[in-house]
Design a protein around this ligand. Structure first.
Ligand SMILES: [Cu+2]
Length: 356
């Protein structure tokens, strides 16, 4: 989609390669994944639509069809050598996911009907992202970036799974979501970032408590948590990050703060079909200041395009959980393999079915 970049300055191109929220995905990955689905509707407004239909049967005795729908608009305006970008993103999960959650064996995190979720995954809030980016080159090969979002993604963790290329055709949440990338919907997020050649440094402040179960409002809270992230981009195909932060009282019904540390490596390779083969290896650790426990998680996932419409997907996870029905720490292992066929593209929206 190079033609869309032609009228943009350097700062605009930098922002176009940010995945969603605050993450900079490799060029090839961004082009093959999000940007391929974008349509230009105004002078500087783009509407990429992502939408997936998905069937899951991972919890005993229950089956639910998932339709994950994300709608994102991106508007930008050049200011001298800099650029301002608005990037609202809406999720239709609150409307399409019934019972305030969907079955996902061994999943934990957040609540439904007043109780912590166990073996179920929460939907995302309607307002998934509402952020303003400003980027400006400072000197040669150096980009300065500011980001503020009432709801958005602080500099902590890998690209969150709803936006991650290696997870794009596998829309159910990883069991390690709340160990790795669950802060992507935080409130009151401010980030300062500097990228020089292949190295980027970021620092964020944000509100640490996760959204409540009312998915239609914005769960506002003051900036009481922090994070910092170092990312490297050795080539167009590789990126890696290490990040750490402190989340003040992330769970509404549990005591304690969480110190989270994550590390991840992402590889993406364009294939003949025009789609990309994307793979991620992710580590995430939560240290709870109340229980003094370290809980670790590991994830390996890959999405391989057979053709433009057919994908082989796979995910393997190891997650230490202490919130399951039985007390104690359990190391959960989960392996998912699937085949996804995109069944049609209409009005900048894609639909697909995954068989598992
Ligand atoms: Cu999430």
């Amino acid at each position: 989609m190079q033609h869309m970049h032609m009228h943009m300055n350097e700062a605009g191109m930098y922002l176009m390669h940010i995945g969603v929220g605050d993450e900079y995905e490799p060029v090839k990955l961004a082009d093959a994944h999000a940007h391929a689905k974008q349509r230009r509707v105004g002078s500087d407004v783009y509407v990429p639509g992502l939408c997936g239909g998905h069937s899951t049967n991972r919890s005993p005795g229950s089956r639910q069809i998932l339709v994950d729908q994300l709608f994102m608009v991106s508007a930008q305006h050049a200011v001298g050598r800099g650029i301002v970008m608005l990037e609202p993103m809406l999720s239709l999960e609150p409307a399409t996911i019934t019972n305030r959650s969907y079955p996902l064996l061994f999943q934990t995190g957040e609540t439904a009907f007043g109780r912590p979720l166990i073996d179920r995954q929460h939907p995302h809030d309607f307002v998934m992202n509402l952020g303003v980016h400003y980027a400006r080159p400072i000197g040669e090969n150096t980009m300065f970036q500011l980001y503020y979002a009432p709801v958005g993604d602080p500099a902590l963790g890998p690209v969150a799974y709803p936006h991650r290329a290696s997870a794009a055709e596998l829309p159910q949440a990883p069991l390690g979501h709340h160990w790795q990338d669950s802060t992507h919907i935080a409130a009151d997020v401010a980030t300062v970032a500097v990228k020089h050649k292949w190295l980027r440094l970021e620092a964020s402040g944000f509100h640490g408590t996760e959204p409540d179960e009312n998915r239609w409002n914005i769960d506002w809270g003051g900036m009481n948590s922090w994070s910092t992230r170092v990312s490297v981009f050795p080539s167009n195909n590789w990126m890696a990050q290490v990040s750490t932060g402190r989340l003040t009282k992330p769970e509404r019904q549990e005591e304690g703060d969480v110190e989270r540390t994550t590390a991840s490596v992402h590889y993406t390779r364009p294939m003949g079909s025009g789609e990309a083969w994307s793979t991620s290896l992710i580590f995430g650790r939560n240290h709870c200041t109340f229980t003094h426990r370290n809980l670790d998680s590991y994830l390996l996932e890959s999405a391989y395009p057979l053709t433009k419409k057919d994908f082989i997907t796979s995910r393997a996870e190891l997650v230490d959980k202490d919130e399951l029905i039985v007390p104690g720490i359990f190391r959960v292992q989960a392996y998912t393999a699937g085949y996804t066929r995109d069944i049609g593209v209409f009005h900048s929206m894609e639909t697909g079915w995954e068989l598992m």
